[in-house]
Design a binder for this molecule. Structure first.
Ligand code: CAA
Length: 257
């Protein structure tokens, strides 16, 4: 895969996408979003890939949507092109996606990280939704996802003031799953992705689908949905193999069926 704004790297069953607009702190322009969407589609249909990492560089995961690109938009042009709707491509990927964040994850950068399945943060990571300082509001899901991650009070404070939070605060409030030393971020993300990639892919799809359903339903609907998906895992050969391997005290040999 040859892209201008992202680099790709394969590590066994893991595909790593590195955002690559360092001079602009990885500001997310239309080209980058399209290339990332295309790359994810490729990874999704590649049967040799089972887990994905999206990362940036030491200074920035991404400092937001590209302000220079969007500054002249009008309401009519933004509305007619349905600006930002193409970002949804990231949420359509069924394979597990880890965001490995060092440095700034601001505005659309924070929103992109939250579209991933979980966030591993380097100590240097800084998260924020500073759109209010530009006279706009978050537009790639920030008001919705940040509230679900960290609760109303902190989300409101972050979005109404535009202040940044550091990695320790982000871990305390549940925005990130773990904080890692900067120098270990990528190796730890790859290790985690490899662990995931060695599990049963249909079970991973079902697990991801079920957790995501929690955000789109009431508790009772979600419980009912989870139970149906859970029942369906008993139709997988991987379920038979996983349980047999446990009883035989050996590693399972999943075949993704
Ligand atoms: N868009 C376009 N360019 C950006 C950018 C962005 N979001 N963020 C940084 N850059 C560019 C800067 O313009 C600068 O380019 P030049 O060298 O050509 O001037 C370069 O990246 C380096 O940035 P700084 O000189 O500002 O670096 P710094 O270390 O002094 O500050 C920063 C870092 C605090 C992150 C600062 O760059 C900043 O505040 N960036 C904007 C953050 C922001 O407001 N993000 C939200 C965007 S709106 C959005 O995302 C909408 C949405 O919800 C979808």
């Amino acid at each position: 895969m040859n892209y201008e704004t992202i680099n790709t790297e394969r590590q066994g069953k893991v595909m790593l996408f590195k955002l690559n607009r360092p001079e602009q702190l990885n500001a997310l322009n239309a080209r980058l979003i399209d290339e990332l969407g295309d790359g994810l589609k490729g990874a999704e249909s590649d049967e040799n890939i089972s887990a994905i990492i999206i990362t940036g560089n030491d200074k920035a995961f991404a400092a937001g949507a590209d302000i220079k690109e969007m500054k002249d938009k009008t309401f009519a042009s933004a509305y007619m092109e349905n600006f930002i709707s193409r970002w949804e491509a990231i949420t359509l990927c069924r394979k597990p996606i880890i965001a490995a964040v060092a440095g700034y994850a601001l505005g659309g950068g924070c929103e992109l990280a939250m579209m991933c399945d979980f966030i591993l943060a380097a100590k240097s990571a800084k998260f924020g939704q500073p759109e209010i300082k530009l006279g706009i509001i978050p537009g790639a899901g920030g008001t919705q996802r940040l509230s679900r991650f960290v609760g109303k009070s902190k989300a409101m404070e972050m979005i109404l003031t535009g202040r940044m939070m550091d990695s320790d605060e982000a871990e305390r409030c549940g925005l990130v799953s773990r904080v890692i030393r900067d120098e270990d971020l990528i190796s730890e993300a790859i290790k985690t992705a490899e662990e995931i990639a060695n599990l049963s892919l249909p079970s991973l799809f079902l697990a991801k689908e079920s957790v995501n359903y929690a955000y789109n339903s009431s508790l009772s609907q979600g419980i009912e949905y989870e139970r149906k998906l859970f029942h369906s895992t008993f139709s997988l050969n991987d379920q038979k193999e996983g349980m047999k391997a446990f009883i035989e005290k050996r590693k399972p040999n999943f075949k993704n069926q």
